[in-house]
Design a protein around this ligand. Structure first.
Ligand code: HEM
Length: 114
């Protein structure tokens, strides 16, 4: 049986003007429904890091929950500050990652005063 493999580069699709308005601008709020502009391109199928359909990632919910828990617990304890470092070069492997470690300073958050 002839089998074909199709690989989709999320790095490339994430920068396509046909998929995103103003794709090269860092605008994370584009993912929030309430901050979307009128007429902005729909995002529903523009980013599929876990695949889609019958063979999509079975661990998606676990992975997303772990990431949300880790990030929310870190942000409750620390403010994250960038270290004085030039933007890293990227390595295009199966996943895109920075070539060198990205340094971030974790500063203890002050307890909220009432
Ligand atoms: C950020 C974390 C993860 C990413 C980005 C990811 C991504 C993917 C992708 C792209 C596929 C292939 C989907 C396809 O062929 O259409 C896949 C398959 C799979 N993933 Fe994940 N995954 C992640 C975490 C996990 C975790 C935590 C588990 C287990 C708890 C898991 C278990 C699986 C399994 C079993 C498959 C094969 C599903 C099948 O072929 O029916 N993954 N994953």
């Amino acid at each position: 049986m002839l089998q074909k493999m199709v690989a989709v580069s999320l790095y490339v699709t994430g920068r396509l003007p046909s998929m995103y308005d103003d794709p090269l601008t860092f605008r994370p709020e584009r993912w929030l429904r309430e901050s979307r502009k009128d007429g902005e391109k729909p995002l529903a199928f523009s980013h599929l890091p876990f695949g889609f359909g019958p063979r999509m990632c079975i661990g998606r919910r676990v992975a997303e929950l772990e990431m949300q828990l880790l990030i929310s617990q870190m942000l409750q304890r620390f403010d994250l500050e960038p270290c004085d470092q030039p933007p890293p070069d990227l390595l295009q492997l199966v996943l895109t990652r920075p070539k060198d470690p990205v340094k971030v300073k974790l500063v203890d958050r002050q307890p909220a005063t009432t």
